[in-house]
Design a protein around this ligand. Structure first.
Ligand SMILES: [Fe+2]
Ligand SMILES: [Fe+2]
Length: 263
């Protein structure tokens, strides 16, 4: 996980955050999630657990007796459920669930191993949790196009989200998926460009994320049909998107998946 004493700069942008602010904002997001299901306090890392519980006790939250002192198998669903409540105007809980499911099917069509497919599913269900941060939420939910000085700041959301996932004790390969989900096949993207090739998990996840972003309603965006979304992804092959994921897409019954998820 990134640990810098000074500013962490977002690639190509005049946007930065220092490590302490990143921690504070991630702790607030964790507290907002735990507030909706206090038993989740036992899933929070020891390093920040007392901070989170103190914050919540001050706002009158009662914690149940300890019962889940381990990574809880329901944790991803509890997080997407909290995201659905906190960002109901963005349908964020639905977006996280859909990207997890579609990403899993794309990874499957790419012939990837079960553990890789499961990583993509989990990474998809967590990838945008940084948008639970109030500033990120406000920018995304802006009715229209956010002011030019605000828009680049949304690029902090993978950093905040990765720190939230770390504080919920998800393993590093999963926090890295949250951190790198806007990484592009041509080496560009954000928040951090490290010159490493796009991982196969991000290849599947980024196509799933793009499809759902294009075909589902979002503030300030025109909705696309699935055919238009497929064409846009095809056009981005080798640039934004990994060719292996693009080539696998026709073998995924996306329309049937949407019919099943949305009914
Ligand atoms: Fe994102
Ligand atoms: Fe997303």
């Amino acid at each position: 996980m990134l640990r810098h004493s000074d500013q962490i700069h977002v690639a190509g942008e005049d946007v930065a955050i220092n490590d302490q602010e990143l921690s504070e904002r991630a702790i607030s997001v964790v507290a907002d999630i735990v507030k909706r299901d206090p038993a989740l306090i036992d899933c929070v890392s020891y390093g920040v657990r007392s901070r989170v519980s103190d914050m919540l006790k001050q706002s009158g939250v009662d914690f149940p007796p300890h019962s889940r002192n381990k990574i809880n198998t329901d944790l991803p669903r509890s997080i997407t459920s909290a995201a659905g409540e906190i960002c109901s105007d963005l349908d964020l809980g639905g977006h996280l669930e859909r990207v997890g499911i579609i990403g899993f099917h794309i990874a499957s069509a790419m012939g990837l191993d079960t553990h890789v497919k499961n990583n993509v599913m989990l990474g998809g269900r967590l990838h945008d949790i940084g948008k639970l941060d109030p500033e990120m939420h406000r920018i995304v939910a802006f009715d229209g196009v956010p002011p030019p000085d605000q828009k680049p700041r949304i690029k902090l959301h993978p950093l905040i989200g990765a720190r939230v996932a770390e504080y919920f004790r998800f393993p590093k390969n999963i926090t890295d998926l949250v951190l790198n989900h806007h990484f592009r096949c041509d080496g560009t993207g954000y928040p951090i460009q490290n010159g490493a090739p796009m991982s196969i998990e991000i290849a599947a996840l980024s196509v799933a994320d793009a499809i759902d972003a294009m075909v589902r309603p979002r503030p300030g965006r025109t909705i696309k049909t699935l055919d238009q979304a497929f064409q846009a992804i095809q056009n981005g092959s080798g640039k934004h998107f990994h060719p292996d994921a693009v080539q696998a897409l026709p073998r995924v019954a996306i329309s049937a998946i949407y019919d099943r998820i949305l009914t």
